[in-house]
Design a protein around this ligand. Structure first.
Ligand code: MCA
Ligand code: AMP
Length: 504
């Protein structure tokens, strides 16, 4: 019996002294040391009584230990559920309860607030910091550096990643061992990763991009990563001479271009710059090429599918496109019934392949609505394909804002704004932002005769929603533009807000 994901990503490196993580302070963690850390954590976690298939919810800062906890969960057959460090206790409660987590791992500062949530579920609550009450690290410290890998099948779940829903309730995307492994194998080949690669890692590791794309690809190829705790322009530039690949969201590239120290010589150390998670403006692509002589490779993916398309490593990387369907991924541009449209016509992007998830956790109706019986997943992204197969994303059928690579569903914020004192209704839109691509703006319609206290409303929003979801501005309007069906027309609203702001 085997555990395909653990065996392929981690098991193959057993006993290797080769470096896996280069930390900014100069410390290097070898593959062998990393696997030892993971085995001790696996011992500690299973010692708490967790068994294959149990969910482990994790909200901690980006550290080698957090990454080792991911490896430990794969080795012990547990389902890893990483959570954005910006989430408030209110937001965490939903993810923990909905997933029925058996173990919650959090920062010490969140411990008191999460204790009742964990207790309500009968879950264990631990931190990754040494010392103090309930420390998984302390439990792991005395354990042996070996752990008998728990057998899993390819279709068993390896991870649960929550992605916000259009109704305001987040959905847990169930990702199997095979979903993750097949995509990593495809990407290693597509991007020609080898053990000589050193990936400059400045993304968070609670999302697909930083965890499954960057990390799994490096592991599978046997390369190493310069593991930065977060995006920091100066650190990125400082480490470029040691790196071969950078993966980032478009904000990484606009910030690099704003920095005069980022030169062709600096970029010349790297063989590949990859962008994804949000649209990379064609203008950024062209400016980058003009500055460095290198073309950014843009790819397109989703939490539910991992990566779907990529510009070619060797062929032409076209600005403004997300490239071609990856090996093994079928992609079609469809009408609403799922019928494929001819090249050049705009429609909804649908994808099928070993990368496509197993459905939404305990939400069969949502799964049925988005995952067709023939296996095609309806992405909700609008695109067009040319004769050569290059895909361009032209918009989104779903009401979604992408800010600095984080997805924000307006409905979730509208639900909070609608119940504030004096508010009749609200609408949340994304407005262009030079650094983050888009930022959130809230439009409030007051009840008749009411005066809105915008400061108090913002304060309330801050207590329940993560910082990146906070509206940068609140605007008061007397009514919202609607179509004949009564639906708010967000395109018109964006234009009205732009006109109002131009006047101001
Ligand atoms: C930080 N802030 C943000 C964001 N990030 N606000 C809106 N959107 C954001 N993305 C807040 C901070 O809390 C801070 O608030 C203020 O904005 C300015 O912060 P700053 O220091 O400039 O931000 P930063 O720490 O430098 O972060 C910006 C960032 C970061 C580097 C772009 O957001 C980031 O790492 N994004 C990557 C997200 C990612 O990995 N997405 C992949 C999802 P205050 O001023 O109050 O302190 S996976 C995915 O989408 C699919 C599958 C795919 O295809 O990959
Ligand atoms: P998430 O729900 O976090 O998995 O984000 C997935 C969404 O990000 C996709 O459905 C797209 O709307 C968007 N996305 C990812 N990569 C790109 C890209 N290269 N260009 C445009 N949008 C992208």
């Amino acid at each position: 019996m085997s555990n395909p994901l653990f065996d392929s990503l981690f098991g193959i490196h057993a006993g290797k002294d080769a470096p896996f993580l280069h930390l900014p302070e100069g410390r290097v963690i070898s593959y062998a040391a990393f696997l030892g850390m993971a085995a001790r954590l696996a011992q500690a976690v299973t010692g708490l009584g967790l068994a294959a298939g149990d969910r482990v919810a994790v909200q901690v800062e980006k550290t080698p230990e957090m990454l080792a906890l991911y490896a430990a969960c794969v080795q012990a057959g547990l389902v890893f559920l990483p959570l954005n460090t910006a989430y408030t206790t209110e937001e965490l409660r939903y993810f923990i309860e909905d997933s029925g987590a058996a173990l919650v791992v959090c920062d010490p500062a969140k411990r008191a607030a999460l204790a009742p949530v964990a207790a309500g579920l009968g879950a264990s609550l631990q931190t990754l910091d040494a010392g103090g009450q309930g420390s998984l690290s302390d439990l792991a410290a005395g354990q042996p550096e070996v752990f008998a890998t728990v057998a899993r099948r390819g279709e068993d779940l390896a991870a649960l990643l929550y992605t916000s829903g259009t109704t305001g309730r987040s959905k847990g995307a169930m990702l199997s061992q095979n979903n993750l492994l097949s995509n990593a194998q495809t990407l290693v080949e597509a991007w020609q990763f080898t053990s000589a690669d050193v990936l400059l890692h400045a993304l968070p590791i609670f999302h697909t991009h930083g965890l499954f794309v960057a990390t799994n690809v490096s592991l599978l190829a046997g390369g190493s990563m310069i593991f930065l705790p977060k995006f920091d322009l100066a650190a990125l530039i400082r480490h470029m001479p040691q790196a071969t690949v950078l993966m980032g969201v478009p904000t990484f590239y606009t910030r690099l271009l704003d920095c005069p120290e980022f030169t062709a010589e600096m970029a010349g150390h790297l063989r590949l710059f990859i962008s994804g998670s949000a649209p990379l403006l064609a203008e950024t692509h062209l400016q980058f090429e003009a500055r460095t002589g290198q073309r950014i490779l843009e790819r397109y993916g989703m939490t539910e599918t991992n990566m779907n398309t990529s510009n070619p490593y060797l062929g032409e990387r076209r600005a403004g496109t997300v490239g071609l369907a990856l090996q093994g991924v079928e992609l079609k541009i469809c009408d609403d019934s799922g019928k494929a449209l001819p090249a050049g016509e705009v429609g909804v992007i649908e994808v099928r392949g070993p990368n496509v998830f197993q459905g939404y956790w305990q939400m069969p109706e949502k799964t049925a609505a988005e995952l067709r019986a023939d296996g095609f997943f309806i992405t909700g992204d609008l695109g067009v394909m040319d004769d050569a197969g290059y895909v361009t994303i032209v918009g989104r059928g779903k009401d979604l804002i992408i800010s600095g690579g984080y997805n924000i569903y307006p409905k979730e914020i509208e639900l909070v704004l609608d119940v504030q004192p004096g508010v009749l209704e609200s609408a949340v839109i994304g407005v262009p932002h030079p650094d983050l691509g888009e930022v959130v703006l809230g439009v409030l319609v007051p009840q008749r005769g009411a005066r809105l206290d915008l400061e108090a409303i913002m304060a309330e929003v801050q207590t329940v929603l993560a910082r990146f979801k906070h509206p940068r501005r609140l605007v008061v309007m007397q009514e919202l533009p609607r179509n004949t069906m009564g639906k708010v027309q967000k395109n018109l609203l964006r234009a009205e807000v732009a006109a109002l702001e131009a006047e101001a």
